[in-house]
Design a protein around this ligand. Structure first.
Ligand code: 5GP
Length: 194
């Protein structure tokens, strides 16, 4: 997606060889026009898959997911990272290991928001080692629903996540694919490989 790549090049900062900061348009301040294009791009990539619901993770997955939900005409559910749900809810939960924070967290979704007739599109802002996307897929399976695919805004193709998700048989679509972040330089996969 050309506009997304331009935004990443112009406003993204490679904090290290593995971490990209994009708080000008995705992780802190949000660019609504870019989010609308992202929503449309996800619609084009997953159209025809009979998606009934989108599942994402708070907080940075919410903006692109809402725009994709608007384009596809389906509701958006976000998994919570903190136990702020009332105790009488029946929860679907999964564990997410964060390599950056070196800790495991439990994410949760109230079971009334995903059921076995659902065909779920999972969306997240970044794909690194695949932990978050895998945990979201676990929640979909716990609900007895189907994973239609996984939509990622920014994939770091040099980390283990893309291969892990493909090995589990998921259809992954990433709108920008980064080949490396070495020496403060952001390099995309060439279109031939992308
Ligand atoms: P994974 O679970 O695939 O290892 O990592 C994906 C999650 O970690 C995303 O939900 C995202 O919030 C965060 N993340 C991973 N890498 C980056 C990065 O380079 N930049 C930012 N801003 N977030 C990242």
């Amino acid at each position: 997606m050309q506009l997304l790549k331009e935004k990443i090049l112009n406003e993204g900062v490679a904090l290290s060889d593995t971490v990209l900061k994009v708080d000008h348009f995705l992780n802190h301040q949000i660019d609504p026009e870019l989010m609308a294009e992202i929503g449309q791009a996800f619609k084009e990539r997953f159209e025809g898959k009979n998606i009934t619901r989108i599942l994402t993770l708070e907080s940075s997955g919410i903006a692109p997911s809402v725009m994709a939900g608007l384009s596809l005409g389906v509701p958006v559910v976000f998994a919570r990272k903190r136990k702020s749900l009332t105790l009488d809810e029946n929860l679907l939960t999964a564990e997410v290991y964060s390599y950056t924070k070196q800790e495991t967290n439990t994410i949760a979704v109230a079971d009334k928001f995903i059921n076995e007739s659902d065909v779920v599109l999972i969306i997240d802002d970044f794909l690194a080692n695949g932990e978050a996307a895998n945990a979201l897929a676990d929640i979909v399976h716990l609900a007895g629903a189907e994973v239609a695919g996984i939509g990622i805004v920014i994939e770091k193709s040099f980390q283990s996540g893309p291969q892990k998700l493909k090995d589990r048989g998921y259809h992954v679509e990433s709108l920008a694919r980064i080949a490396s972040l070495s020496n403060g330089e952001i390099n995309f996969l060439s279109e031939v490989n992308a």
